[in-house]
Ligand binder design. Structure first.
Ligand code: ATP
Length: 672
């Protein structure tokens, strides 16, 4: 842009934002003007600022791309096709994640320097907070497709570009990413970009549909169209249904057409409440054929045409005896909800979790260390077990060690084992460490953030050399190690503070997954039904739960995540009189969270304090202290259910009671 034009552009932006000249303000499209105001007033950006677009470092790029691996894999072919169509007209194509970072880029290599200079390149960040008005950033804010043409850009350095971007939403209406096509030069009129905008919109829709299919490939997919001829090839208006005909997800078109645009009005509803179909009969006819079937809406009797695609694999058992798809019928035992839970059952219908499960399945047998991160009770251990059970090592041992519950002095021998007479107090026969026990199976290192710094180099050596020398041993033992670690801590921060070795961190984090806390899960109602079935040892849906109770449970904040949810359901089952769960079956912490919040902290923390005080009065030997810590940890983990805690430690019930008596360990409900 020539200097004079640059000056005019800057003056125009200032004048429009300040409304000093009505004609200037009126000449700017409303969404562009709003974005200019945000850029200047909220983000404090100077339209004259000539800085280049910010670029991600290689490591940041790798991490961000890894986190949306599935999305990129699904979207790339569509971006390539789009680029093929637009590149002869001077456009490049950008695929961005929901952080507006360019994770894929296609452009004419001969102009690579120019693209780079303009920031239209891999790793560039097109956030409105940094760039001001721009197609990608403003599209993210507006959540709709938009063209930002030349001087509509906020910063003068971008004012030669023309860019059209469209959002790509997931089946739950959340932003997955964005697609953009941009050109360095273009005609002055914005109308020239009309077809560019339509093309990015279409491509975004295609990616959304592909993603929807992928996310729900193990469920029934109902594809609805208002035209019989187009029904078989239609890519939008999709509903994912479970084996009972309950709506699990709906794409944008379906939400707009049948749910008034509101996601929640459709999810969890029976398909028979929306269309005049009985789902079990419908899958008998439509599920077995690729034919198109006429259906009518219940509300106003409008005709539509539907095709039904059967699941590729079913994870959840249906309450009635519905026929499983013939092609890939799943063995009966996989349909049960009994523990240990499979990866598919753990994923539920939550987008993030389903993505995590898909990625986890891809590395199952690749000997890549997995790091699981997540708040307490989000299911890290259960997830690790499910990964093990889904791998080819399923018939080999899954050995878990909790680095936080074992005293530092014992971790070494627990992990590495020792030979007979290695030290005073060592068992006569010596002890095989957990690492050797897990040989060929999976070693689960829970709370890895609590691994003492003194032991970290030793663990690193075992991982690198794949052999181990027990304490007191002379020769190393070769081990086939597959490690899954878990922690609720931020190990990266620990690395920065120096309390966790960086080399060990990268050795353990071949791939990492963050399990979402319950408050972020989008499939809470479904998870509640699943957990209820597990607690009651029945099939999903066999225990009724009324709407008020379900609402209370889905609205509750769940600081203890799934562990707490399962305790609440266990309590509710005990309180219910056989007619299912109603709101009065639920504990007060759920029905009246404010009341619980008002209780003085002593109510919850006192028992633990008293317990520690009781232990401190004695002078136990280090071995006894270790035993106390182990018992207390197991009891707390199992909410003071002695039998479960004993089972976890691997001792009998009577031994457990004897030890509790010896160590003065009293359950909170029996304390004075
Ligand atoms: N998807 C699920 N459905 C039903 N129950 C689940 C699910 N995920 C986890 N659970 C249950 O929740 C409880 C907590 O799970 P787990 O011990 O794996 O969590 P965690 O994240 O390892 O907890 P912590 O960090 O406290 O060790 C367990 O009883 C487990 O069986």
């Amino acid at each position: 842009m020539a200097l004079l034009n640059q000056k005019q552009h800057i003056e125009k932006v200032y004048s429009a934002v300040a409304h000093t000249n009505g004609a200037v303000t009126a000449s700017v499209d409303a969404p562009v003007l709003c974005s200019w105001q945000r850029s200047m007033n909220q983000h404090g950006i100077d339209p004259a600022d000539a800085a280049r677009v910010r670029i991600l470092t290689e490591r940041e790029f790798k991490e961000q791309a890894e986190a949306v691996d599935d999305f990129l894999r699904i979207a790339r072919p569509a971006v390539r096709e789009l680029f093929r169509q637009v590149s002869p007209h001077g456009y490049c194509a950008l695929l961005c994640d929901h952080n507006v970072t360019t994770l894929d880029w296609l452009g004419d290599d001969q102009q690579a320097r120019e693209w780079k200079k303009a920031g239209l390149y891999l790793c560039s960040i097109w956030a409105e907070e940094e760039e001001g008005t721009c197609a990608v950033g403003t599209c993210l804010v507006e959540k709709r497709a938009i063209t930002i043409h030349k001087g509509e850009h906020f910063r003068v350095v971008n004012a030669d570009l023309t860019c059209s971007a469209a959002p790509i939403l997931d089946p739950f209406g959340e932003m997955l990413g964005l697609i953009d096509i941009s050109a360095l030069r273009s005609p002055d009129s914005k109308e020239s970009q009309y077809f560019a905008l339509q093309l990015v919109k279409q491509t975004a829709q295609l990616i959304e549909a592909a993603y929807f299919y992928h996310q729900f490939e193990d469920q029934w997919l109902l594809c609805i169209c208002n035209n019989r001829e187009m029904a078989a090839v239609n890519k939008t208006c999709l509903l994912a249904l479970d084996g009972n005909g309950t709506v699990l997800a709906a794409d944008q078109t379906a939400r707009q057409q049948f749910g008034g645009g509101i996601y929640k009005t459709m999810i969890g509803r029976d398909i028979g409440d929306i269309f005049d179909i009985k789902f079990d009969q419908f899958i008998d006819v439509a599920g077995k054929s690729n034919m198109t079937w006429p259906i009518r809406t219940i509300t106003n009797g409008d005709y539509y045409f539907a095709t039904l695609r059967s699941p590729q694999a079913i994870g959840i058992k249906s309450i009635q005896n519905r026929p499983a798809p013939k092609a890939k019928a799943t063995p009966l035992k996989e349909l049960s909800v009994a523990e240990p839970l499979s990866l598919d059952l753990l994923a539920g219908a939550d987008r993030r979790l389903r993505e995590i499960v898909t990625r986890a399945k891809r590395v199952l047998d690749k000997n890549i260390p997995i790091l699981l991160n997540g708040e307490t009770g989000t299911g890290k251990e259960v997830f690790a077990r499910a990964i093990h059970n889904a791998s080819s090592r399923a018939n080999k041992p899954f050995v878990a060690i909790n680095c936080a519950s074992i005293p530092e002095s014992l971790i070494e021998s627990e992990l590495f084992g020792y030979t007979a007479g290695a030290f005073t107090g060592a068992l006569n026969k010596g002890m095989q460490g957990k690492i050797v026990q897990s040989n060929g199976g999976t070693l689960f290192l829970d709370e890895i953030g609590d691994m003492p710094t003194s032991l970290q180099p030793r663990l690193l050596r075992v991982l690198a050399e794949k052999e181990i020398t027990p304490l007191g041993g002379a020769s190393p033992i070769p081990v086939r190690l597959n490690v899954i670690c878990a922690t609720h801590r931020n190990i990266r921060d620990m690395v920065a503070e120096g309390s966790f070795r960086e080399d060990l961190f990268y050795r353990l984090k071949g791939i990492s997954f963050v399990l979402p806390p319950l408050r972020q899960r989008t499939d809470l109602a479904q998870l509640i039904r699943l957990a209820l079935a597990i607690e009651a040892n029945t099939e999903i849906g066999a225990i009724a739960i009324d709407e008020e109770a379900l609402n209370l449970l889905t609205r509750y904040d769940w600081p203890g995540n799934i562990r707490q949810l399962r305790n609440v359901l266990r309590y509710a089952l005990a309180m219910s009189d056989g007619d299912g769960i109603i709101s009065t079956s639920l504990p007060e912490e759920v029905t009246d969270p404010e009341l619980t919040a008002l209780l003085p902290p002593m109510e919850t923390s006192a028992p633990e304090k008293m317990q520690s005080a009781a232990q401190e009065e004695h002078s136990w030997s280090p071995m006894e202290q270790a035993e106390i810590a182990l018992i207390l940890d197991a009891l707390k983990k199992h909410q003071w259910q002695v039998i479960k805690a004993a089972k976890e430690i691997g001792i009998g019930r009577s031994t457990m009671y004897r030890k509790m008596e010896k160590y003065d360990i009293v359950p909170p409900n029996k304390r004075p």
